[in-house]
Design a binder for this molecule. Structure first.
Ligand SMILES: *Cc1c(COP(=O)(O)O)cnc(C)c1O
Length: 448
């Protein structure tokens, strides 16, 4: 275990580090290298290793509001926000209080609790399609459970997914598609047998695929937020609804990012299309591990113990995660979403301005409260093939330059920029100033 640094015993004079390796002021690199000897690649989620942008990651000691602080004491304005799991800002007092209160009552029981009931009710009250809600531990668990449920209740095997959409580390959904047309999926990573994805079809985003009676479900990110931010074209989501209805397939919205982020009733509220099942995660746990599937009662009751589709989890509906999630949802009023939309717009404008004045080709599309980044010449992408024309080298340069200026972007060219309640006007002003210097530095690095 790494002890907290005690200034009276720390061998390094004037050490201000939050954690101590016992050998003086720890550096990010030293701690990361030590992690690499204990954890494969030093990370517990692959993107954190900085493979796509180069260099070695900052190691976070703590975070507060819009800021993260690394072990060297450097402060960054955080636009990662745990990839969207944190919407009110880090260590928000209402969430910290809810977590402390729940923890004091015991952490997990293996029995029903009022806290899980309240969170399920709160989701159902805000998202009309969710007549029943089953809670679990991650977005990955939510998508895999939704797929199993859809197959179980329809008695069909085929799942249709869209190229460039991400549904977590679920074998059946980790598929690589062909270019431009609907194809049978190929394993998206080593370790997945062909047979596991033999019933997954990959279609291009923003085109309604023609289905038949073998399709159990279509699963879609209603706003794609893992290939940059790509909005659904007019008629795409409604077209999916109609095509699913025509053949009796279920429509699953993966709202793990968009749920309670783009509005109180998620992307389905924003675009007024009602899915049969919805997957949640991220925001609904207030930064603690959580996932959920919600949907029509008769479908949801296909889950055990009522129905025949098995689902279970030792820590599912965890009292601390559900307390944090409920506290978050209680803070998210219409006024807050209004404010978040304004800030997303502001962030997009200041970043665009910084890049434009530095001569760096960039666009920052906004959908609801989500801000994307696209470093390409063309019109904004509408699908994965177009999204992949972003200049990844330019992103890496901008990422490094931004980090030097104290702004933490996600270490990958296809992630969203997450603005939250803690990014107030003064923080946006700081971002604007830092972004100007960063864009100039990135441009210079690219030109040299
Ligand atoms: C993050 C994400 C997931 C996976 O959620 P985890 O909690 O990381 O398992 C699934 N779908 C989408 C759209 C996501 O962004």
């Amino acid at each position: 275990m790494i002890p907290f640094c005690d200034p009276s015993t720390c061998p390094a004079a004037g050490c201000v580090a939050t954690v101590c390796t016992g050998a003086g002021v720890p550096s990010n690199r030293e701690l990361f290298e030590r992690s690499c000897r204990a954890i494969p690649g030093g990370v517990n989620s692959s993107i954190r290793a900085f493979t796509a942008v180069g260099g070695s990651p900052y190691v976070v000691a703590r975070a507060q509001g819009p800021y993260v602080f690394d072990v060297e004491g450097t402060r960054y304005i955080d636009l990662v926000q745990s990839y969207g799991a944190v919407i009110l800002g880090h260590a928000h007092p209402a969430i910290t209080a809810a977590i402390n209160a729940a923890a004091a009552d015991g952490t997990s029981f293996g029995a029903p609790t009022p806290r899980e009931m309240k969170l399920a009710e709160a989701i159902g009250e805000r998202v009309a399609s969710c007549e029943r809600v089953r809670l679990m531990n991650s977005g990955t668990e939510a998508t895999s459970t939704a797929v199993r449920l859809a197959r179980g209740v329809t008695g069909r095997d085929l799942i249709v997914t869209f190229s460039g959409n991400f549904h977590g580390a679920t074998d059946a959904l980790l598929v690589a598609g062909g270019s431009g047309v609907a194809t049978l999926g190929l394993p998206g990573t080593a370790g997945i047998p062909h047979a596991t994805v033999a019933n997954t079809i990959v279609a291009p985003y923003n085109v309604v695929p023609q289905l038949d009676e073998h399709v159990a479900a279509v699963i879609v990110e209603p706003v794609a937020a893992n290939m940059g931010v790509v909005a659904p074209l007019a008629g795409f989501l409604a077209g999916l609804r109609a095509e699913c209805d025509r053949v009796g397939a279920l429509l699953i919205f993966d709202e793990v990012i968009t749920g309670f982020r783009v509005g109180a009733s998620g992307a389905q509220g924003l675009f007024d299309v009602r899915p049969d099942l919805t997957c949640f995660g991220k925001v609904i746990g207030g930064g603690l591990p959580i996932g959920a599937v919600g949907g029509r009662a008769e479908i949801m009751e296909g889950l055990t113990p009522i129905g025949k589709v098995f689902h279970a989890g030792t820590l599912a509906g965890n009292p601390i995660a559900t307390a944090a999630g409920l506290a978050v949802l209680n803070e998210l009023t219409d006024d807050i979403y209004h404010e978040l939309r304004r800030r997303a717009q502001q962030l997009s404008e200041v970043l665009l301005d910084a890049c434009a004045s530095a001569g760096l080709t960039a666009q920052f599309p906004v959908t609801g409260t989500l801000v994307g980044i696209y470093l390409g010449d063309g019109p904004l992408p509408t699908n994965f093939d177009e999204a992949k024309t972003t200049n990844e080298a330019a992103y890496a340069a901008l990422f490094q330059a931004a980090l030097n200026q104290g702004i933490a972007l996600a270490p990958g060219a296809y992630e969203a920029l997450f603005v939250g309640l803690a990014h107030d006007d003064s923080v946006i002003d700081q971002i604007a100033m830092a972004a100007h210097s960063a864009a100039v530095a990135a441009k210079r690095a690219l030109d040299s």
